[in-house]
Design a binder for this molecule. Sequence first.
Ligand SMILES: C[S@@+](CC[C@H](N)C(=O)[O-])C[C@H]1O[C@@H](n2cnc3c(N)ncnc32)[C@H](O)[C@@H]1O
Length: 470
Amino acid sequence: MDYLPLFVELKNRPVLLVGGGDIAARKASLLLRAGAELTVVSPTLCSELQQCYSQQKLIWVAKEYYPQLLDNVFLVIAATNSDKLNERIFQDANQRQKLVNVVDDQPRCSFIFPSIIDRSPVVVAISSAGKAPVLVRLLREKLEALLPSSLGKMATIAGRWRNKVKHNLHTMTERRRFWEKSFNGRFASLVANGKIIEAESQLELQLKQQDSAGELTLVGAGPGDPGLLTLKGLQVLQNADVVLYDYLVSDEILDLVRRDADKICVGKRAGLHSVSQEQTNLLIVQLAQQGKKVVRLKGGDPFIFGRGGEELQVAAEANIPFQVVPGITAAIGATAYAGIPLTHREYSQSVTFITGHCRENGADLDWPALAKGHQTLAIYMGTVKSAFISQQLIKYGRDAQTPVAVIGCGTRHNQQVITGTLGELESLAQQAPTPALLVIGEVTALHHQIGWFGQSATAETLRSAVLELA
Ligand SMILES: C[S@@+](CC[C@H](N)C(=O)[O-])C[C@H]1O[C@@H](n2cnc3c(N)ncnc32)[C@H](O)[C@@H]1O
């Protein structure tokens, strides 16, 4: 090991920082966060340090460095732009057995600053002993994404409860189990949702061993690109006992589920093995009642044509605690990747999300309102009824020449955007890969100018491709 990691208490300890520029300011801010009694030595100060000085957060020695300044300090940091001066500070500090760090100059450091993830009181420090700083940065980004921002709050509450738990649970094993269950379970979710009083009641219940409830989390997986899953969604997936997922959830997202979790497909698809909504509801209740953390993972957003509301109603009736992590719905994700802004100052002042699963006579949709111009229609599950949809809109006044786009497999590597007119909607929809979203309105023409992802086609190019094949 090149360096021994230590966490040093700096509160009210004298620390010397030599240098008054931006780099010194970055170190100053870190040292002040740790409560150091900071003295900055430099003839001038940058504006940030100036501000700290005027707020009396630090002592300023407005002179050149001299070695006696080291006499009473706990540690020293050199952040000047003079190599010679930095070397001198390093030598002086070593002579006096003081810990010294010359910024960005690892050979002249008897201690180094690790890269940190601060969820105080939990702090994660990473270092490569100065050998691979970019690798450390990448690792830090990954950990930042995995560690919920509520971690600090959770640790603070745990600190408050430590003695009480010790008093009630007499063996180390009992206490370990208690905390493992808390940090992985309902207590953690309640803290993350800002419900601190309920979180402490949960600890109380667990202490009395009266808690056996699992919980349900609805998670929106987004339209396909795993990069569109939210951070919170990822954290929940990494903590699940069992994940019930739909066909629409991409394999890349399923790969992000905790390795030991059970994954159960509860998809509904015409012609393929399907699980009915009632069976899914029953499964959710049964698994949660066994004390499991159940994640219901849905394509897009759980509340947009996803039956998420119904599943929560079932959970509420069975007294199962629940929470929702929203996702990027197909209409938002697929159009963004297709370069189709849903609203635009010139072309569209509103957008409506519609299901194409309307009744045969279409009586459940307000066609005259939907046929008005200057608006965008995003139609989910519209492929099968595309002929009927286009007839209705034209019948109630929308121009048959209105530009439309059908986005198949939006945000996925095989995304295809097929553009044409409202009159051609049926043939466009039939040629798009599924799942597909129908988008109607002038904004779809912008795809030709600002489309940036995947493949594009028009009714015409598709027609000539078919002719060529024939
Ligand atoms: C049952 S709905 C679920 C919608 C989902 N909850 C959401 O918020 O996106 C399924 C329909 O969403 C649309 N859809 C879902 N993912 C899509 C994608 N990647 N590209 C295009 N359309 C998609 C299709 O119209 C599909 O038939």
